[in-house]
Write a protein that binds this ligand. Structure first.
Ligand code: FES
Length: 430
């Protein structure tokens, strides 16, 4: 039950209404006001390198196809035939010259234009095929990552990310050659609300002490540095990260057991430092670009938390590595990310277990109306660093989580069309 916006999230009080994780009506509103207006990660450029290469994915619950064009650009269009709505493309990916709907045979070119209609001459008196192409999303990219939005009035992707972009650079910009995706896209289902995952990656260093305690113990990593990290809350847009200003080259081998022969993590790190300076020293533990793109540096896992109703997500994850890295380094990253963040990964299991149990508890009527506490770090001042953009708190804070929900609430309470510029959100007072 909610009448006022602050019934859902109250930043001043630091409280969250748990209904936001379970109410189907809130979820329906999210599809309209959050997912149709935000920039959403679609793929890495190297998933579709050649003309005609395509990938089927989702924007929120909407199926889309991303296709590399002959001019090198990328189109992203709704995977819905304009005749009766069958999928235009029914495969996960590949290379195509065109897409033919399997229902009545309408055919679309790789740009999503309707180009052929069976028995058009005999049976369609006035079909203007130009008007009936697939619905196009707006596309933009950042250092190898392709994003799309349905919001034609949205700011550019760079403006949307704002001061959060630099923290992405610590993963995307370590080599002049750029990055490439390796090992395919791993997909699995977690029965939990998408915000549990996205918020944790935006903000939560706190859980590392307990949820990942066994990993720290077995790998003999001290947990004490967790308290020495920092937390970044984006000035706008709900993005956030927990990070250290210290490189951690050993993380690439910690969870992979034996180091792959020939792999030298220290040399890797030195090359990145030579290129990026201070930025290479940023160890961005976990980060969310609002709403559903998250990553964990070091293991270099990138993922989208595709929503599937209020109680479920499909995780689509892939690993990236510097394009000019040695084969040993690529294998090291593949092993490291698989063993930490994948359906059977150690870190992933720790996280998913919590989210699943929270969602189970929320089946209860009383549980759905008992407020959650998000007060950690309230009253602490933000710090600034001349080398780094944005505002910081110490790592053990929920300031970025409050920024995440403040932006979410802003979108949820703005009717579509009333305020088209989804990235322009006043800095929430804290
Ligand atoms: Fe696609 Fe009829 S639904 S051709």
């Amino acid at each position: 039950s909610w009448r006022e916006a602050s019934d859902l999230f109250d930043e001043k009080a630091g409280t969250i209404n748990p209904a936001i994780y379970a109410d189907p009506a809130i979820y329906e509103l999210e599809l309209e006001r959050v997912f149709s207006r935000s920039w959403l990660l679609i793929a890495h450029e190297t998933h579709i390198p050649k003309a005609g290469d395509y990938l089927s994915t989702y924007m929120g619950e909407d199926p889309v196809v991303a296709v590399r064009q002959k001019d090198g650009g990328v189109k992203v269009f709704l995977n819905q035939c304009r005749h009766r709505g069958m999928k235009i493309c029914r495969t996960d990916g590949g290379n195509a010259k065109s897409f033919t709907c399997t229902y009545h045979g309408w055919a679309y070119d790789i740009g999503g234009n309707l180009v052929q209609v069976p028995v058009e001459q005999q049976s369609f008196a006035c079909l203007d095929k130009k008007q009936w192409g697939a619905r196009q999303a707006r596309v933009d990219s950042y250092k190898g990552l392709i994003f799309a939005t349905w919001n034609m009035d949205a700011p550019t992707l760079a403006d949307y990310m704002g001061d959060a972009a630099l923290y992405l650079d610590a993963v995307l910009d370590r080599s002049e050659a750029g990055t490439e995706a390796i090992g395919g896209i791993t997909k699995w289902v977690i029965p939990c609300n998408w915000k549990l995952a996205a918020e944790q990656f935006a903000s939560d260093m706190y859980h590392g002490l307990f949820s990942h305690g066994s990993i720290f113990t077995t790998a003999e990593i001290p947990t004490s540095p967790l308290g020495l990290g920092r937390q970044f809350r984006a000035s706008e847009g709900g993005h956030g990260t927990g990070f250290f200003v210290r490189s951690v080259p050993e993380l690439r081998i910690t969870n992979a057991g034996e180091c792959v022969p020939g792999y030298d993590p220290v040399a890797d790190e030195q090359a990145a430092v030579a290129r990026l300076g201070t930025r290479a020293q940023l160890f961005v533990q976990h980060m969310t670009i609002f709403p559903t793109f998250s990553f964990f540096a070091g293991f270099n896992t990138l993922r989208v938390w595709h929503p599937r109703g209020p109680n479920e997500i499909e995780v689509w994850a892939f690993t990236i590595v510097e394009k000019d890295a040695s084969e040993a380094a690529k294998e090291q990253l593949r092993l490291s990310s698989t063993r930490s963040f994948s359906p059977a990964g150690t870190w992933e299991q720790d996280d998913g277990e919590n989210w699943v149990e929270i969602q189970r508890v929320l089946r209860g009527y009383e549980a759905r109306r008992t407020p959650f506490n998000a007060q950690m770090g309230m009253g602490q001042d933000y710090g600034v660093d001349p080398d780094l953009p944005g505002r910081f708190k110490q790592a053990l804070s929920e300031g970025a989580a409050r920024g995440f929900y403040a932006h979410w609430l802003k979108l949820m309470t703005e009717p579509v069309g009333e305020h088209a510029e989804c990235g322009s959100v006043a800095r929430a007072a804290e």
